[in-house]
Design a protein around this ligand. Structure first.
Ligand SMILES: [Zn+2]
Ligand SMILES: [Zn+2]
Length: 478
């Protein structure tokens, strides 16, 4: 047993990811190998460790209800290692002033006094008078970074939530504000905005990581098939902390976990493309009385060589992270030789843990059925139901350690761990703590993506794959 773990750790340490390569090279190689895959190169790479962070946060810079440095302070005090402030269609730079009336309207009577109590008078910039209307300056990210960042301990990453009607995409580490690009359909909107992000990254030499947010925010969002078909999108929120944003699905929508299994299966079988990686985020807006979008509900744990933006993004692109609403892993490894996925869970008092290994087998039942609305008996447009063999529970393990031995007939395997305990900040959509690993044990061949866009009742077909895509990487397990 010990020998196996030494081998696994050696494989993990040998993983060189994409660090050290130029941004141009990163852009030219959009499908990096997944964590755990053996690679050549560095003899003594730095040991990796886990960093906890939230990449989806709002402040008074857009529609949040608190000052950005109050929010940053909250996360840092609670042991987060990194945080991205991702306000809607804006970067927190330059001058922006807000009236105290507006602060009170958003955050209540205590919002400004709390700010005054936490920060010294010479930090808070005011203008105007109570008679003419007092205003307070929203501090730019650069000033907050200078005050709050601690090398190796706490990092602030610039971000923008590109908000294009129903399509919201976080552009983590974006350098220039990007206006929503629009489009005739949801697919077009996602594609146009991702293209604009890629163009900025290429032009500026800056690595930007786009991720699709809360696919179920509206009943009219992207279908699972469309999401599968947007091959250039590699990250999505499998859990978003906003109460009532559809994580669990509805008559008209698959749950986000189900959507993940559908998209992963379709990508691997229909499109010769790697799966999306799933994020949990807060999408926090409310830091006072309102319970709808509180901080501390969902985060990612990233295994990186150091606490730098590039190291975090490299590890995420390599799939070396998991998402959580409370469950913490002390070990996570897929051994490409033995093809065993192993996890260990940090004990938490009396909590009981259940691990479900979920995946789709290569010979799964591919049949689909239209969904009928039980209330009307009519076909629900934009959704197809798949057989229970897609995304089936392959094994269930109780306790602090869980292993799944692949038999070779799985398209992929991922793990979900559920605790018996409630999260610190629960929602009706997440009454118990969970964590989600990324999909493992998948592989895609060297060919270009194939096939036309999905054919879903009530939807236009989505057209051919993006001609610029190169599927020149194989996934874990080669
Ligand atoms: Zn959003
Ligand atoms: Zn948001």
């Amino acid at each position: 047993m010990r020998g196996v773990w030494v081998a696994v750790l050696a494989a993990v340490y040998l993983l060189h990811g994409l660090s050290g390569q130029s941004c141009a090279k990163i852009l030219a190689a959009p499908w990096p190998q997944q964590a755990g895959a053996p690679s050549e190169g560095e003899a003594n790479p730095a040991p990796k460790r886990w960093y906890k962070g939230n990449l989806h946060t709002h402040s008074l810079w857009s529609d949040g209800d608190d000052f950005p440095e109050m929010i940053v302070d909250w996360y840092r005090e609670r042991g987060y290692h990194f945080l991205a402030m991702s306000d809607h269609n804006i970067l927190s730079e330059g001058e922006k002033w807000i009236s105290l009336t507006e602060v009170e309207k958003r955050g209540g009577k205590q919002a400004f006094p709390r700010y005054q109590a936490r920060f010294p008078a010479d930090w808070i910039e005011m203008e105007g008078t109570p008679e003419t209307g007092s205003k307070v300056r929203l501090q730019p990210l650069s000033k907050i970074q200078a005050a709050f960042e601690i090398p190796g301990k706490f990092l602030l990453i610039p971000s923008e939530e590109i908000t294009d009607k129903g399509v919201h995409i976080n552009a983590t580490n974006i350098g220039e504000v990007l206006q929503p690009q629009g489009g005739a359909s949801f697919v077009d909107m996602v594609r146009n905005n991702l293209r604009a992000v890629a163009e900025q990254a290429e032009r500026t030499g800056r690595d930007i990581l786009p991720s699709l947010n809360h696919p179920n925010l509206s009943d009219r969002g992207l279908s699972a098939e469309e999401l599968a078909w947007l091959l250039e999108n590699r990250f999505f929120e499998v859990w978003n902390g906003v109460e009532g944003d559809g994580d669990l699905g509805s008559v008209k929508r698959h749950s986000l976990e189900r959507m993940w299994d559908i998209t992963t299966t379709l990508r691997l079988t229909q499109y010769n493309a790697p799966p999306m990686y799933g994020l949990a985020t807060d999408d926090s807006h409310n830091y006072h009385g309102n319970q709808k979008a509180k901080p501390g509900r969902g985060w990612i744990q990233v295994r990186a060589e150091s606490l730098s933006t590039q190291a975090i993004l490299d590890a995420m692109r390599a799939g070396d992270f998991y998402s959580s609403t409370g469950v913490e892993l002390t070990e996570l490894a897929f051994d490409p030789v033995t093809r065993r996925l192993s996890i260990a869970i940090r004990p938490d008092g009396e909590a009981q843990f259940t691990t479900r290994f979920i995946g789709t087998r290569k010979n799964y039942d591919t049949s689909t059925t239209a969904r009928l609305d039980p209330a009307t008996g009519e076909v629900v447009p934009g959704i197809l139901d798949y057989s229970a063999e897609l995304g089936e529970v392959l094994a269930v393990v109780e306790g602090l350690r869980a292993e799944y031995q692949c038999t070779g007939d799985e398209l992929y395997v991922r793990a979900e761990v559920t605790s018996s305990e409630a999260p610190e900040f629960p929602t009706t959509e997440s009454p118990v703590q969970k964590c989600w690993t990324q999909p493992y044990a998948w592989q895609v061949g060297p060919a270009a993506p194939r096939g036309d866009g999905p054919d879903v009742p009530g939807r236009e077909r989505s057209g051919k794959a993006e001609p610029t895509l190169h599927l020149n990487r194989s996934g874990l397990g080669d």
